[in-house]
Unconditional design. Structure first.
Length: 319
């Protein structure tokens, strides 16, 4: 985001900008927001650590005429816009893929995000809606992995010691697949079907192990850049097209959300870039793990493959 913002300063779109990282701490986030309000910013973009903790500071910003946009994760506040990726697609597409790969029957375990997190709940509900059509697919167990490789490894290790070879598939949210692989390796067991990922270290591993079939959905880092582009157009008076604003994920009665499609999905099997699971995702590219690994060349292992929304996709949001 910093490089993108520097470009906006260079071309005169922005006079200045400030980026602050709250490192997952709600108190630090509130302090950072108050600091930005004191600076007298015109536009305030917030990626919330908590959807419910910002009411007073957001109201202060609005009272001072600051244009407020929540992005990345949903939070429901009157007078703001909310921009995030379509989280229902995240596990919906994976559930369709798993169901086809399992032949409509078998046992799976789930490694979810954080308990009580609305994004994780949205993903789970979408997957359940798909799997309800497959009564012979059983979910043996589900536990939060907290979006942590270490926690996911512990969770899957417990699943493997409890259910062993009964497990046909491990469906997990993002940034936890490395932990799943380590759990299988430590147990000396062959991996069957697992969720993939968009982190370079996992993509490299998957490209080296093409026999392990995976599908990974991204929570694309570029949502920040897309949100800045949208926020600037809204601030400058551009009008959204009819029907673009959707009910907020946190509060259905608040119609203030711009929901963006997944830009890509990673599959390990080249044959899986087409198939019934791709239907209905016209704005999403399906690419192989080998392709994704190549796109990450030269980046550190922690790098998350990024594919921004196109200008064409963003332009379609406006009249």
């Amino acid at each position: 985001m910093e490089g993108f913002c520097e470009g906006l300063v260079s071309d005169g779109t922005l006079e200045s900008y400030t980026l602050l990282n709250s490192t997952g701490d709600v108190t630090e986030e509130l302090n950072n927001i108050n600091s930005l309000i004191s600076e007298g910013v015109d536009i305030l973009l917030i990626s919330p650590n908590s959807p419910t903790s910002m009411g007073s500071v957001i109201q202060t910003a609005l009272d001072q005429g600051i244009f407020v946009v929540i992005f990345n994760d949903a939070a429901a506040y009157e007078g703001t816009y909310c921009i995030y990726n379509d989280q229902s697609q995240f596990w919906e597409v994976q559930a369709k893929w798993f169901a086809e790969k399992m032949g409509g029957k078998g046992n799976m375990v789930w490694v979810t995000g954080s308990s009580g997190n609305s994004t994780s709940a949205c993903r789970q509900n979408a997957a359940k809606a798909v799997l309800d059509n497959y009564p012979d697919i059983k979910i043996l167990a589900s536990a939060p992995g907290e979006w942590s490789e270490t926690t996911a490894q512990s969770v899957v290790s417990t699943f493997l010691s409890t259910y062993g070879d009964q497990i046909d598939a491990v469906m997990a949210e993002d940034v936890m697949s490395n932990g799943i692989v380590r759990a299988y390796e430590n147990a000396g067991m062959d991996i069957k079907l697992i969720s993939g990922d968009y982190q370079k270290s996992f993509l490299d591993w998957n490209a080296e192990h093409p026999e392990v079939e995976t599908m990974g959905s991204p929570s694309v880092p570029a949502i920040g850049i897309s949100s800045i582009k949208i926020a600037l157009r809204l601030y400058n008076g551009d009008e959204l097209a009819d029907g673009v604003l959707q009910p907020n994920q946190e509060e259905a009665n608040l119609i203030n959300s711009i929901v963006l499609p997944m830009t890509y999905v990673v599959v390990s099997n080249p044959d899986d870039v087409t198939g019934p699971w791709t239907e209905g995702y016209d704005d999403t590219r399906f690419i192989t793990a080998a392709e994704a690994a190549k796109l990450c060349e030269g980046q550190p292992d922690s790098y998350m493959l990024d594919m921004p929304h196109t200008d064409e996709q963003l332009n379609a949001l406006f009249k």
